[in-house]
Design a protein around this ligand. Structure first.
Ligand SMILES: Nc1nc2c(ncn2[C@@H]2O[C@H](COP(=O)(O)OP(=O)(O)O)[C@@H](O)[C@H]2O)c(=O)[nH]1
Ligand SMILES: [Mg+2]
Length: 255
């Protein structure tokens, strides 16, 4: 068929194919969730309904994209790790980022009533998305450690901040002042779940399955989710144990 004279405009589209042989991480993050969480009366500092809804949306993304080997989430963000050899959307960065984030956002809205009951959503939330390449396994593990360390630090601070307000009657300004200059190591709290964030792994042959999970959340965490091989875990990603228990994540079996 003859091409129209307008066809040339296609040349303005830029090529954004990601390098081969690298881990692809797509990270999504809620836009203005400081306000969104306030407007919807999220429990401070951690609202389990919100965290569970985020994990449900992440699982929906994993059901659609079979090449995601691991997802890690905390607060209003989620990271999705695609296996190195994935060829989904021909590794086009914008296709990957936009499809993941739009499915995540629509799932967040779709499943909202399941987690928030009669609490109405007051306005439509938005999420941003980016793709990042990690050439080595170490880079990937360091990336996940970075996000989990961020989760620890924020939770230590937030938990102390809100405890001083809720239990000691301080104002937010007084609480902030009190915590100024205190080292993270001194904020000694046993909040394993909230400190760890949520990981969702696709494990074909996890050795020692179930180890390292937080027992306080055991009914939920030991539950098999919609797809039989997607598990919701609350584990330490920084140490060695998780990677020993789930060797398939870094070395997915060939299909
Ligand atoms: N109260 C509460 N707030 C949360 C929770 N999860 C996320 N948030 C809020 O969401 C914000 C997310 O951080 P960030 O992405 O940096 O801020 P944003 O630019 O406003 O989205 C946090 O600072 C909190 O205000 C939660 O479980 N409870
Ligand atoms: Mg945000």
């Amino acid at each position: 068929m003859a091409k129209s004279k307008f066809e040339y405009v296609k040349q303005f589209e830029s090529e954004d194919k990601l390098l081969p042989n690298c881990w692809i991480v797509v990270r999504i993050d809620g836009k203005g969730f400081h306000r969104f969480s306030d407007v919807h009366n999220y429990i401070k500092p951690n609202d389990d309904r919100a965290l569970d809804l985020m994990s449900k949306a992440a699982e929906t993304v994993m059901e659609e994209f079979k090449d995601i080997v691991l997802a890690y989430g905390q607060s209003d963000e989620y990271s999705f790790v695609f296996k190195k050899t994935t060829n989904v959307y021909n590794r086009r960065a914008s296709k990957l980022a936009t499809n993941v984030v739009s499915l995540f956002a629509s799932s967040f809205v779709y499943f909202w009533p399941r987690y928030f009951g009669t609490t109405m959503m007051q306005y439509p939330p938005a999420f941003d998305s980016r793709t990042v390449l990690y050439p080595t396994d170490k880079n990937l593990r360091d990336y996940l450690s970075w996000r989990q360390a961020d989760c620890h630090i924020n939770n230590l601070y937030n938990t102390c901040f809100w405890k001083l307000i809720q239990e000691k009657g301080l104002t937010p300004a007084e609480s902030q002042e009190r915590l100024k200059g205190i080292e993270n190591g001194d904020l000694d709290l046993s909040l394993q779940l909230h400190l760890s964030g949520s990981s969702t792994s696709r494990s074909q042959s996890a050795r020692g399955h179930g180890r390292g999970m937080d027992s306080r959340r055991s009914p939920q965490m030991s539950r098999k989710l919609t797809r039989p091989n997607i598990d919701r875990l609350h584990v330490d990603l920084i140490g060695e144990q998780f990677w020993t228990d789930y060797p398939d994540i870094l070395n997915p079996p060939k299909r």
